[in-house]
Design a binder for this molecule. Structure first.
Ligand SMILES: Nc1ncnc2c1ncn2[C@@H]1O[C@H](COP(=O)(O)OP(=O)(O)OP(=O)(O)O)[C@@H](O)[C@H]1O
Ligand SMILES: [Mg+2]
Length: 285
């Protein structure tokens, strides 16, 4: 694909205990897109993410940044990690400094940025995840959801080209999930490439441009999220289908063909809008 930013070509990876986690896996992440990565527990999502910023190195196959194989030298890795920011699934794997501010400062300081730039980026990142007031708190005293927010801030402060989030919504309260969605929209609008692993099919259907579905370490499906997430084999693998799509289908069976701006609704708010639009048109006739 022409605007590929990161791609895996026939990548295989086994953990030291012999567990095969990726098996001839090929997929493409496109620049500027919002990509949802889905698949059952153990399908290989986290393992794939750890390959995208070079934490793990495949035993076979190739990983490319804009068509060029990754450079695993020290300098190559430093450059890759400034471009690809990964927020871990488990915040305790990511946080290591004493205070929130120190932790979020670590990445941008390592980029060698001037102190005042680091300070500004850290303040902005903490504000955007609602943690500015906790900047001086010890990390180990935070709740799970607060730790997740600090991890997200740490990566935002690096201003990467690609933001990779491993189940970012898990453990966040509803208000914070909403706020994070707004932050992600802003970053997407500014041109950032965003990749999210999630088990939340409804979120993926409403948010993503593209979807990647993994099955036992291999690619099961990839493409336009609205198409991929409705494919029968994907629904069988994920054990579910997007609720909004199911409701839209049921309404169609009763003669209500609801649309927003001519398209099938993808989110709860679009569905509600489409239903009121349908009733408005009915009343006009
Ligand atoms: N450190 C490890 N050592 C050995 N095996 C591992 C290790 N980490 C993961 N695995 C195995 O690799 C496979 C892929 O795991 P991975 O964590 O990538 O899945 P996932 O799709 O992220 O799952 P989940 O939805 O539960 O987060 C699984 O079989 C898992 O048990
Ligand atoms: Mg995982």
């Amino acid at each position: 694909m022409s605007n590929a930013i990161l791609s895996l070509k026939d990548v295989s990876y086994s953990y030291p205990d012999g567990t095969s986690a990726l098996n001839d896996c090929s997929l493409t992440i496109r620049r500027g897109m919002r990509t949802a990565v889905m698949g059952a527990n153990g399908a290989g999502k986290t393992t794939m993410f750890l390959h995208l910023n070079g934490i793990l190195r495949s035993s076979a196959g190739d990983i490319q940044w804009e068509g060029t194989s990754l450079d695993y030298s020290r300098d190559g890795m430093r450059e890759l990690r400034s471009r690809v920011g990964l927020v871990f699934q488990n915040p305790d794997s990511q946080l290591f400094s004493a205070s929130v501010r120190e932790d979020v400062s670590f990445g941008p300081m390592n980029l060698g940025l001037p102190k005042n730039v680091v300070r500004k980026r850290v303040e902005e990142a903490l504000l955007s995840v609602g943690m500015a007031e906790s900047a001086d708190k010890p990390v180990h005293n935070l709740s799970y959801g607060q730790k997740k927010r600090v991890c997200i801030a740490g990566v935002l402060a690096m201003e990467p080209e690609v933001l990779v989030l491993d189940e970012p919504m898990a453990g966040l309260d509803a208000a914070m999930q909403e706020e994070l969605t707004v932050v992600l929209e802003r970053l997407h609008a500014a041109g950032m490439t965003i990749i999210i692993a999630t088990h939340d099919l409804d979120f993926a259907y409403g948010w993503a441009d593209e979807a990647i579905v993994l099955q036992r370490g291999r690619l099961l499906a990839q493409g336009n999220a609205a198409d991929v997430l409705l494919r029968p084999e994907v629904q069988t693998e994920l054990g579910s289908s997007p609720l909004v799509a199911e409701i839209t289908r049921s309404l169609a069976l009763t003669g209500m063909a609801v649309r927003v701006n001519g398209y099938l609704p993808r989110s709860r708010s679009e569905l509600l809008k489409a239903i009121s639009e349908f009733h408005r048109q009915e009343n006009e006739q």
